[in-house]
Design a protein around this ligand. Sequence first.
Ligand SMILES: Cc1cc2nc3c(=O)[nH]c(=O)nc-3n(C[C@H](O)[C@H](O)[C@H](O)COP(=O)(O)OP(=O)(O)OC[C@H]3O[C@@H](n4cnc5c(N)ncnc54)[C@H](O)[C@@H]3O)c2cc1C
Length: 291
Amino acid sequence: MTTSTVQKYLAPTRLEPALAALALPGGATVLAGGTDLAPQTEAGTRRYAAQLLNIRRVEGLAGIRDEGQAIRLGATTTVSEIRQSALLAQVAPALVQAAERFASEQIRNAATVGGNLCNASPASDLSPPLLVLDAEVELCSWRGNAQHTRRLPLAQFFLAPGRTLKEPDELLTAVVFARPGAGFVSRFRKAGPRPALEISTVSLALGARLQDGRLQQVRVALGSVAPTPLRARRAEAALEGRALDEAAIAAAVAAAAEDARPIDDVRASAWYRGHLVRVFMEEVLHDVAEN
Ligand SMILES: Cc1cc2nc3c(=O)[nH]c(=O)nc-3n(C[C@H](O)[C@H](O)[C@H](O)COP(=O)(O)OP(=O)(O)OC[C@H]3O[C@@H](n4cnc5c(N)ncnc54)[C@H](O)[C@@H]3O)c2cc1C
């Protein structure tokens, strides 16, 4: 075992002591559901800081809140809660579809949205549906005896596998997105090596407003085809303002394949990943056109 020893375990119920622990020299390792952290520390690919900070009891970090114009997912909202949310089924069906295809019931009950984003895996399943919602992450820190809060578009948050724009003293406290307006459609697709407990080989989400048969404010996002989850900007441009006919669908399929930057790895070849991007793009667009 190459993991370092945890010297202090903290499980505060208020945000301030949690942020204060992160602000100390040496900081703290944040523990939410532990479904990424535990395997990583056990495998020796990640070391604990001297302080382990369990954030699951911190008031105000849990749950899904309807704020009228915006929807707020607290950082410790679990994948199961997303899956069971009637509000999200109505306003963000692709996010619920991603939660449905996520791991197993046991993992879904522990895994949190904050952990999924902060782990910054290119295969993070909640990222593509949140990217097509133009979601923002809320980051809090304790600096100079005061709490600081900033928001960043999720599209800018990821830097590389395991790396984000979050500073070590910052806690991701929430993910927030504007309530989608009338006519919003969204879809999610994911492929993995087996039917259950699968890490995505490729995932794709689409979000757009469908008005008079044309797509507006089109967002397409891809997972597992680049070092980070990403917006497929060429595919979005190919669809913006277009009627969903065969020509537009073919243009979007070709553009999405150009947006993807897949690699060969143990789970799939780059060729197969590119193929899945084409298939999923075509599938979701036909699905929207026919329904
Ligand atoms: C068997 C198995 C199957 C899986 N299947 C899937 C799957 O289908 N799809 C998928 O996307 N993922 C999958 N995962 C990965 C994992 O379950 C998810 O990424 C999960 O959402 C991580 O959340 P967590 O709360 O468990 O994070 P943790 O493991 O607690 O934390 C993950 C990382 O984020 C940091 N962190 C957590 N919360 C915060 C916060 N609020 N602020 C700052 N830093 C924070 C931690 O310090 C750690 O570095 C699977 C994992 C396992 C073991």
